[in-house]
Write a protein that binds this ligand. Structure first.
Ligand SMILES: Cc1cc2nc3c(=O)[nH]c(=O)nc-3n(C[C@H](O)[C@H](O)[C@H](O)COP(=O)(O)OP(=O)(O)OC[C@H]3O[C@@H](n4cnc5c(N)ncnc54)[C@H](O)[C@@H]3O)c2cc1C
Length: 296
């Protein structure tokens, strides 16, 4: 039988942090609850207190800062809110690609981006595009606020750099240079409700007036114990014309750099092949998206 817990509803960030402190070790935060409740029901977690983050008054905003041009996504923003935002669909399609395939509509209606990051599974669909976009995470705790680059946020499966009691308040995506295109592919055997065999995010910025690559990000999920960037593949692309051939070579390098493993869902050699295929395909999609934006 599921263990009973007390459900606490703090109204401010500080109240949430201090409730967590006063019940140290026996309390945990809950946002959408899609991960927490599954773990409580299966007996993997048995907290005495669940501290809801839904009413703390921060973390629900989504928008662009007019001065810096940076995109701010509150930690409590749901995948569905991201999926249905025209800002995300038009200006950050790489995020849209990812969030529209998380779980089902019911899951996306309640599951949050902050919960997805803190849950820290190697397949976290929300994380891969955000790492490609050089996102940073704002974290609040009893010692105040700090900021961590998302690529350094994950330490292992289920492990992050967060201290107990800290809260993800928002994710900040810096303004991207013009001529940037991004795309994400979650590859699985079914269209929905499945963890990916591999997740591939590609982001390319082109130099002005040519197809030469000025910046590249190639990020992978389920290819290592945490979401990763493939630096050798990224460096290879920079300074080169982006063509099917160079994307193919970048895909090979990314596949070599990945640390894929055999699992019940797929064998390592197959996952490596899929990295190659999807880096190339997502690269082509980035180029199409850059061209589409320029044609507007
Ligand atoms: C049927 C099903 C399908 C799913 N499909 C996918 C999928 O396709 N892709 C995918 O990536 N994930 C998937 N998930 C996992 C899950 O839905 C996501 O990880 C989701 O984004 C978690 O958000 P949440 O708000 O529900 O987190 P919660 O369950 O509320 O919390 C998750 C963890 O994060 C902590 N936490 C939550 N918010 C914060 C915060 N702001 N600050 C600090 N700590 C916090 C909680 O204490 C807990 O440890 C699926 C889950 C289910 C049940």
């Amino acid at each position: 039988m599921m263990k009973k817990f007390k459900y606490l509803i703090p109204k401010t960030l500080d109240e949430a942090v201090s409730l967590n402190q006063s019940h140290e070790g026996s309390a945990m935060y809950v946002a959408g609850g899609t991960d927490v409740m599954v773990k409580i029901k299966s007996g993997k977690l048995a907290p005495d207190y669940l501290i809801s983050l839904k009413h703390i008054g921060v973390g629900s905003q989504l928008g662009v800062n007019r001065e810096t041009g940076a995109l701010h996504i509150g930690g409590l923003v749901t995948h569905r809110a991201l999926e249905t935002s025209s800002l995300i669909r038009l200006q950050y399609p790489i995020i849209h690609d990812a969030v529209q395939r998380i779980g089902s509509t019911q899951i996306r209606n309640v599951a949050t981006i902050g919960g997805n990051l803190v849950n820290a599974v190697p397949s976290a669909d929300g994380a891969i595009p955000l790492i490609a976009l050089d996102a940073r995470v704002n974290i609040y705790g009893s010692a105040g606020e700090r900021t961590v680059d998302l690529v350094h946020f994950f330490e292992g499966p289920g492990q992050t750099v967060m201290d107990p009691g800290e809260i993800v308040t928002e994710i900040v995506v810096p303004k991207q240079p013009s001529r940037t295109g991004g795309a994400y592919q979650k590859f699985g055997r079914r269209a929905a409700m499945e963890l990916p065999l591999i997740g591939v995010g590609v982001l390319i910025t082109l130099e002005e007036g040519s197809n030469r690559c000025a910046k590249a990000r190639i990020t992978l999920g389920v290819a290592a114990p945490t979401p990763i960037r493939t630096l050798t593949a990224e460096r290879y692309l920079v300074g080169k014309e982006v063509t099917e051939n160079t994307l193919n070579e970048a895909g090979k390098l990314a596949a070599e750099e990945s640390r894929v493993r055999d699992s019940v869902r797929g064998l390592a050699w197959y996952r490596r092949e899929m990295v190659l295929v999807f880096v190339q395909r997502m690269g082509v999609k980035c180029m199409q998206r850059i061209k589409e934006t320029e044609a507007l």
